[in-house]
Write a protein that binds this ligand. Structure first.
Ligand code: FEO
Ligand code: CA
Ligand code: CA
Ligand code: CA
Length: 600
């Protein structure tokens, strides 16, 4: 069957060849420009970035570090609001001579200000696809000191009370915001992912605090950044519940710069990669979220109430309560091939498909728990333990989840899991996670009859890696024609219904991370094409594929083993002898009267 060479709207570009360059590489004929980079001004009065003299006060007004998720929200007129997550800080790349044993208070406070989110107005640059930041009235920095309202059924729980907040309803800051989602009502969802790394001394806490913290991987002794020396809330011995206030999906209304963002407890507490919304026919909303760690679970939330149409401020206020009442589910997958045919090498079973069915198992709804031995509050705050009890399926690092706006099928990036079938005591390959020592990950396609369905069918759309390797699968497309890919992370759809996949950790194939496009339907289904690559040591995040501009976040450029601010191996994006800086990049195809359509 010859399926190559076809015309696929949105994906007609010359594929980029995998490389290890210190550059963003785009298809022939395309152009690129930096939108904003770490340290650029966001708020009025932000000082010019000075790598050697950075301060916490400056950082609080500047673009944060390690941009991951990005969204572009329309404003009246041509301008847009760029909203980005700042997932984490890499102090040894932010400070020359950085001592991890003895960080300074100023360095810790710079770290607090470099986390969180940025909201930045951007204007189009005439006749190009470039976007220029504006110090506009919506601009905002969310940092580790920004108040959040804790909402949903666990708000006010004893598990969330601290000495600074005896109400258990107001948390300061957000941490490790990885991917996210744009809601149909015009707000931003953002997942607090690896929050565990910021809390110290879990190993010395009494039970049950200790085993609950350990289940989330909270640091047993001192943390890498030593923040516990500068604020007791990061010390579990002094504030055992502060950590319980992180690990949620947050929601921010970027159109209301004075609004208080919220943390939604009803979506559970785990290492939320993201949250993405679908609306059911009756107006109820469904949120999907992965818990990104090896052998963790995939979740779905179904709201009790219906979305109010429009995006007036009143509608947004109401719709921001939708994720506070509903039912939280976790996924259980069953393969349809005999277990004896799944040998852990990635060899297809005799039906030539890794596929099967599955169900969403309820964990809690409002104040009602469905998990034996756990209260509803415990389910929301220690959701991993609830998943364990109901026999949820252990996955290979569930990352981003996105439903196709064309077909309604749901795509889940499963990044990798080098412990499957390798680490003693850990689960071996099953049909849904069919490779042991899964270095390259896979992409799952879920078919739900409608968004409210509690049963689904599934099929592995792609088993990633080197197409020349027999353990890879590209929806059955001829493998001599596709681009190599490893460690799928963020996923997005373009207006034509093509799936775009950004990767994290392509060094597993000896290449730089990148952004790929692939049709999920029609004769080209599975024809994966590499659209761009990011500099060595960087990760590709936050892809936004608009009609005429693709926007990506380049996270941690130059972070390879042995490199640091005293020995930088990347000088992207500023060139010369400069330090690498995480940045947002816009890519477009110049045309006669401005940018052409992407992939046209
Ligand atoms: Fe922060 Fe799951 O990637
Ligand atoms: Ca099968
Ligand atoms: Ca991610
Ligand atoms: Ca990742």
């Amino acid at each position: 069957e010859q399926r190559g060479g076809g015309h696929t709207p949105g994906l007609n570009f010359d594929r980029v060849q995998p490389n290890t360059l210190d550059a963003v590489v785009v298809p022939k004929g395309y152009e690129q420009a930096i939108v904003i980079r770490w340290g650029d001004p966001v708020l009025p009065g932000a000082p010019k970035f000075d790598f050697d003299k950075q301060t916490a006060a400056a950082q609080a007004k500047q673009f944060g570090f390690n941009n991951d998720f990005a969204a572009l929200m329309p404003l009246p007129g041509d301008n847009q609001l760029l909203v980005t997550n700042h997932e984490y800080t890499s102090e040894n790349f932010m400070f020359k001579g950085y001592s991890s044993a003895n960080p300074t208070r100023e360095q810790a406070e710079i770290g607090w200000a470099a986390h969180g989110l940025s909201v930045v107005e951007v204007e189009p640059v005439r006749r190009s696809g470039a976007l220029r930041p504006v110090i506009g009235r919506y601009n905002r920095r969310i940092t580790m000191t920004t108040p959040f309202r804790i909402t949903g059924p666990a708000a006010g729980s004893d598990l969330l009370k601290t000495s600074a907040d005896p109400t258990g309803t107001v948390a300061l800051g957000t941490l490790n915001n990885c991917a996210g989602g744009v809601t149909p009502w015009g707000t931003i969802l953002s997942g607090e992912e690896n929050f565990n790394q910021y809390w110290a001394n879990a190993g010395q806490t009494p039970e049950p605090v200790k085993s609950r913290a350990v289940r989330y991987g909270v640091t047993t002794g001192a943390t890498a950044r030593k923040w516990e020396r500068f604020d007791k809330r990061f010390d579990m011995l002094q504030e055992p519940n502060e950590v319980n206030r992180f690990g949620y999906v947050i929601e921010l209304d970027p159109n209301d710069p004075d609004s208080t963002p919220v943390k939604h407890t009803a979506l559970g507490r785990f290492k939320h990669e993201c949250a993405n919304i679908r609306v059911a026919r009756d107006g109820r909303v469904v949120a999907y979220s992965g818990d990104d760690e090896r052998f963790e679970y995939l979740y779905k939330f179904v709201s009790k109430n219906k979305m109010r149409p429009g995006n007036s401020k009143a509608a947004r206020r109401y719709n921001m309560t939708l994720l506070d009442e509903g039912t939280l589910y976790v996924a259980r997958f069953t393969g349809d091939s005999p277990a004896s045919e799944i040998d852990g090498t990635g060899k297809l079973p005799s039906d030539k498909r890794f596929d099967g069915s599955g169900e969403w198992i309820p964990l809690a709804s409002g104040n009602r728990s469905f998990v034996p031995g756990m209260t509803a509050e415990e389910v929301y705050v220690f959701t991993r333990l609830a998943g364990d009890k109901v026999g949820a399926t252990k996955m290979d690092r569930p990352e981003d989840v996105q439903a196709s706006p064309k077909t309604g099928k749901v795509y889940v990036a499963l990044s990798n899991n080098v412990e499957r079938g390798v680490t003693p005591g850990k689960e071996s390959a099953t049909e849904i996670n069919p490779r042991n020592n899964n270095k390259h990950g896979h992409v799952l396609e879920l078919t739900e009859h409608d968004p409210l369905s509690l049963r689904f069918d599934w099929w592995l759309f792609m088993v990633c890696g080197d197409p020349n390797s027999p353990d890879t699968y590209f929806a059955g497309f001829p493998k001599d024609q596709v681009s190599p890919i490893t460690s799928p992370d963020n996923v997005a759809f373009d207006q034509y219904g093509n799936l775009w996949i950004a990767t994290d950790s392509a060094n597993a194939l000896g290449i730089n991370d990148g952004l790929y496009g692939v049709p999920v339907d029609g004769p080209q289904r599975g024809n994966l094409k590499l659209f761009l690559t990011v500099p060595r040591g960087g990760e590709t995040c936050g892809p936004i594929v608009q009609e005429r501009v693709v926007t990506v976040c380049v996270q941690h450029p130059g972070e390879v083993d042995g490199a640091n601010a005293d020995n930088p191996v990347s000088h992207w994006p500023d060139g010369g002898a400069s330090q690498p800086r995480p940045a947002v990049v816009a890519v477009w195809k110049p045309g006669r009267h401005g940018p052409d359509r992407i992939g046209s």
